[in-house]
Design a protein around this ligand. Structure first.
Ligand code: WTA
Length: 649
């Protein structure tokens, strides 16, 4: 984040106190901070009572083999039972789990009892396919109820799922299937996006040409698109799952049994499989959901407007809301289809009380104009949240005023795929919110801002965001790569988790998260690695070298800007090559990674030791004066690049 933005942020003095009624009935009150501080393990043991344990745990935390944590040692539990069966047993089977709203306008209302039956059927289907506890299942689905059913069926059997975002390409899907050696894939013919059916099955077919170990593919019918069919391998969901019994007795698994693997971009070219396990993850997500969103399951209608293919969807569309017995909205499509007021129509229709979304969406709504949400009755909203990237104060204020009616608290929640749960956030009934600040770690969580040497910075200074105590929903490792887990997260500052984000602590000690300090970009709230996109570019036969930077963008937060050197043999005009390379990145990673700009250059700025100076490229991409070039091997390079950029935009 530019220095100017930083100083603007720190001049932000507006404060918003919690509404009196919310404060008076809030789930979590200010004394929780002291309670958790005094005895963290007792605090987490108390939070663990949100779950039904088949065998109680004997120890809250075993940190003796740090940084490999074991939470709720000795406890046994079934995740799907906790999400569904126990609510049905308690007489809440008729409560709505999801109001599903398809993009074309079709709807489904699914109660806890119905969801349980469907999950049992899907679990029985997986058993028929030979899935055993510990086997991995890949899920590549649109935002439809079957996606939740598939995940919970896996959880019920103790078969870790790996959900691959439907926007990823067949290559990305293949890598993830191979990475965790999945033998079953669950998918759909397609889903609806931007008013059109968007196919998924062809990408699965393509990926599977290189995944010989995948035995079967279960295909849900969503769009009715034509699909290629491999007899003996492919099975229609309706036939194969639909014919199964709705009875299935869940088995309990160790608290540390793997629940899922979620791939996320890191600083190297290869995405990391983040492993979450069962007991701690469920306790951490359920607690944070209850605390941050002040969930009252009998009366709230809760909506996380994210995709299930990302961690936000895993934690706050699927697991935490179900553990807490919440009624949620699930919306399949894009926010502006068929019109830019689609979200607000949904909020009015279902009387949504809590909305959780990303700043990139908010900034898009700002562009559409405040008159759009003004057409609907949004007065049921009592709390609104933000996640995925820093929220700029303008967007925060617009959100609060135009969506929250100038009265709802905004919870700016900081967390990561790795943390599994919200870590830093205002408490809606306690905190006086500051626009742009995630404020304080939740009770039970410990965060700090440190300098290069790992020392805590004084108030009013910036540094690196770290987490200095283990937490229940923490990642346990990188799938199949313990060393990478230790190196990436626990080596930069000894004994402390390094998040990869820069942050500032203001004069009151509140935390402002400023964005990544590594080679990870944040485009529309999606994490992308510069190295991964560079690798995709150089895998194209026409590219000799590539450098990628994240340049700030008013709508998407950051945008991908690539600088490429072509091979001497490359033919065709620059425009053709640029389009070809954009397409190539889409097919290697997915459309989300497609560069906004690609500039063909003859040289890249390098230090004498050959390191690409991305800082200078970022200056060019953001149309700033180029910084210090004295360490460049050839300082004429930047002039040429800048000229190229100016003539291309
Ligand atoms: C960024 C998404 C500022 C941050 C849940 C982090 C944020 C990365 C915030 C994780 C926030 C997330 N303020 N930045 N409230 N929330 N981030 O793994 O850079 O997709 O490291 O998890 O998003 O992205 P991920």
């Amino acid at each position: 984040m530019a220095e100017s933005t930083l100083s603007n942020l720190l001049r932000e003095t507006r404060r918003f106190d919690p509404p009196a009624d919310l404060a008076a009935s809030a789930n979590l009150t200010a004394d929780a901070y002291a309670e958790a501080e005094a005895d963290p393990e007792a605090f987490w043991a108390k939070q663990a009572e949100r779950l039904t344990w088949e065998t109680p745990f004997e120890q809250v935390l075993d940190w003796s083999n740090a940084p490999f944590a074991k939470w709720f040692v000795g406890g046994k539990i079934n995740a799907a039972y906790n999400c569904l069966d126990r609510h049905v047993e308690a007489g809440n089977g008729d409560r709505v789990a999801y109001y599903f709203e398809g993009e074309p306008g079709d709807t489904r209302t699914i109660t806890y009892a119905q969801l349980k039956d469907e999950v049992c059927q899907a679990a029985n289907a997986l058993i028929e396919l030979g899935v055993k506890t510990g086997d991995r299942v890949a899920i590549y689905m649109p935002m439809i109820p079957e996606t939740v059913v598939a995940m919970l069926a896996c959880a019920r059997l103790g078969a870790p799922h790996t959900v691959v975002f439907g926007g990823f390409s067949s290559t990305a899907l293949r890598d993830r299937i191979l990475g965790c050696e999945a033998e079953i894939v669950i998918t759909a013919d397609g889903g609806y996006r931007k008013g059109k059916p968007s196919a998924l099955k062809p990408a699965v077919d393509e990926a599977l040409t290189e995944c010989p170990d995948v035995r079967n593919v279960i295909v849900a019918k969503r769009t009715g698109q034509d699909v290629d069919w491999t007899e003996g391998r492919d099975l229609w969901w309706d036939d194969f799952v639909g014919k199964q019994s709705t009875e299935h007795t869940p088995e309990s698994f160790d608290a540390e049994h793997p629940l899922y693997v979620m791939y996320t971009s890191g600083t190297t070219g290869k995405p990391k499989g983040i492993l979450h396990t069962t007991g701690g993850y469920l306790v951490g997500t359920a607690y944070s959901h209850w605390a941050v969103f002040d969930i009252k399951p009998e009366t709230d209608v809760y909506w996380t407007a994210a995709d299930i293919g990302w961690v936000t969807g895993h934690s706050y569309i699927v697991y935490a809301p179900l553990i807490n017995g919440t009624t949620s909205i699930m919306y399949e499509g894009t926010p502006d289809t068929p019109h830019p007021g689609r979200w607000w129509e949904i909020i009015e229709k279902y009387k949504v009380t809590i909305l959780y979304c990303a700043p990139t969406a908010i900034r898009m709504f700002m562009k559409f104009g405040a008159e759009i949400p003004a057409k609907n009755d949004l007065s049921t909203l009592r709390l609104i949240g933000s996640v995925g990237e820093p929220i700029n104060p303008e967007a925060y204020i617009w959100y609060r005023e135009n969506i929250g009616g100038g009265k709802t608290p905004v919870v700016d929640t900081w967390w990561q795929t790795e943390t599994g749960m919200i870590m830093i956030s205002p408490l809606p009934g306690v905190t006086s919110g500051k626009p742009g600040s995630a404020m304080q770690p939740l009770p039970g969580i410990s965060a700090d801002v440190v300098d290069d040497a790992g020392n805590s910075v004084p108030n009013g200074s910036g540094g690196y965001l770290v987490l200095n105590k283990p937490w229940p929903a923490m990642l346990r490792t990188v799938w199949g790569d313990d060393e990478r887990y230790v190196d990436t997260y626990w080596s930069r500052f000894k004994g402390t988790y390094f998040a990869g984000d820069g942050a500032k602590r203001d004069e009151d000690g509140d935390i402002w998260v400023l964005g990544r300090v590594d080679d990870v970009m944040n485009v529309s709230g999606h994490r992308l690695s510069t190295t991964e996109i560079e690798s995709a570019l150089v895998s194209h036969p026409k590219v000799a070298e590539a450098a990628v930077v994240g340049a700030s963008d008013v709508t998407t937060g950051q945008a991908v800007v690539a600088f490429v050197i072509l091979r001497a043999s490359a033919e065709g005009g620059d425009d053709d090559v640029v389009n070809e390379l954009r397409k190539h990145v889409s097919s290697e990673i997915g459309a989300i990674a497609r560069p906004r700009n690609i500039l063909v250059v003859s040289e890249l700025p390098k230090t004498r030791s050959g390191k690409i100076m991305r800082r200078l490229l970022r200056d060019v991409a953001e149309h700033r004066e180029v910084g210090d070039v004295t360490t460049l091997a050839d300082d004429s390079v930047m002039g040429a690049i800048q000229q190229g950029m100016n003539s291309s935009s």
